[in-house]
Ligand binder design. Structure first.
Ligand SMILES: [Fe+2]
Length: 380
């Protein structure tokens, strides 16, 4: 509902301040009106008639074109707002500003430039949003790391969002890139799929090919709760992905041990499922062993750090904020965490920028997706 209202307001703004003052023929203006309304209606129409807001079941190219037009409209709305600021100051300038006022508001070349810029930003943003992510290599320093764990590599994937947009070929390419890194351990920090088990059957199959000697583990994300939760937990098991829900596993390499724990997602409560419990997630695990915590959402990291000892928390959920500028708002909604490293009171937090994104907003500008590759090092 909020999405629909937002898009309706953007459409009205663009009709009022972009199309109406534009000196073009009635026919061209009518075409502009229709295109604006169609772009604004796309998210609501897919949610109502094509399988719901979370996972509309449409061909990928329809989702690209529809969401691309929708985002171009939002960009045009933002550029029109910026133009209003120029007009405001040109009016303040009195007679000196008259020529500038007429140029920015009435010259068709300005309007064409704005429309081209909006379309270009949208096309580039979608290309960035749906491409196979690059690898981001980082050292993960831990105090008192046992010698046997030094050099251990962990791949973190997050927010894959396999969907009608990010389908089987995309997932296969991503899995191939991950396997080429030969990681010791692979973790997925939630939001693995969007859609029903049957609709995504083919798209998630490549995940069964993820290879790591210590295993493939996951924590649930909020999107796991939206559609077919129990069906997906069973399907992940079949694919070789073990989902940890407020529990831990002991991993061993060269005689040295590592404890991997994971909490559930806060959305669990809305569905009468188990709430995230970091104490339970490590209950009974050995002391003096390095601990890694998986938590889809980063926002409770400080509370978790106060509640139980662990060395590093790996999270996702924010998608890094997706767009420079918008990321500041995403940080506010997520306990100030949006992407990269954060120091907690005792532990550290890494917030992954996402290896995919939700098909309803498949745009990235300035904040690329990633495959995070950590190499464990002893802190000096
Ligand atoms: Fe996500």
């Amino acid at each position: 509902m909020r999405f629909a209202v937002f898009h309706a307001l953007v459409a009205l703004w663009v009709l009022w301040r972009f199309w109406i003052p534009l000196p073009i023929s009635r026919g061209a203006k009518a075409a502009g009106f229709l295109a604006t309304l169609a772009a604004a209606a796309f998210p609501a129409a897919t949610a109502l008639f094509c399988g719901g807001l979370i996972s509309p079941e449409l061909p990928a190219w329809v989702l690209v074109v529809g969401n691309g037009c929708d985002f171009a409209l939002v960009m045009l709305g933002a550029l029109t707002l910026a133009r209003e600021a120029v007009i405001f100051f040109s009016v303040l300038a009195g007679r000196k500003g008259e020529r500038l006022h007429a140029f920015v508001q009435k010259d068709r070349r300005v309007a064409l430039g704005m429309a081209a810029a909006a379309a270009g930003l949208s096309a580039f943003g979608i290309h960035e949003g749906i491409r196979v992510p690059d690898v981001r290599r980082m050292d993960l320093a831990m105090k008192d790391l046992p010698e046997g764990l030094e050099g251990l590599t962990i791949v973190q994937l997050s927010d894959l969002h396999a969907s009608a947009l990010l389908t089987e070929p995309h997932m296969a390419a991503l899995v191939e890139r991950v396997n080429s890194l030969n990681p010791d351990l692979i973790v997925l920090t939630g939001d693995i799929v969007d859609g029903t088990v049957s609709a995504r059957e083919k798209d998630v199959l490549p995940l069964a090919d993820l290879r790591a000697p210590l295993g493939v583990f996951a924590c649930e994300g909020n999107h796991e709760h939206y559609i077919d939760y129990d069906g997906w937990l069973a399907r992940y098991r079949e694919l070789g992905i073990r989902v940890l829900r407020n529990e831990w596993v002991a991993l061993e390499r060269n005689g040295a041990r590592l404890t991997l724990g994971a909490v559930t997602d806060p959305w669990a409560r809305r569905f009468g499922r188990e709430f995230p419990d970091p104490v339970k997630a490590f209950a009974g695990s050995p002391s003096g062993v390095p601990r890694v915590l998986l938590s889809h959402q980063p926002k409770h990291a400080r509370l978790f750090d106060d509640a139980v000892r662990f060395d590093v928390q790996l999270s996702g959920h924010t998608h890094g904020g997706q767009i420079v500028g918008m990321d500041r708002g995403v940080a506010v909604l997520n306990g100030t965490f949006v992407r990269g490293w954060y120091e907690l009171r005792r532990a550290r937090l890494y917030v992954h920028s996402g290896s995919g994104l939700w098909n309803g907003f498949p745009v990235r500008l300035g904040i690329p997706s990633e495959i995070a590759l950590f190499t464990l090092k002893r802190a000096s």
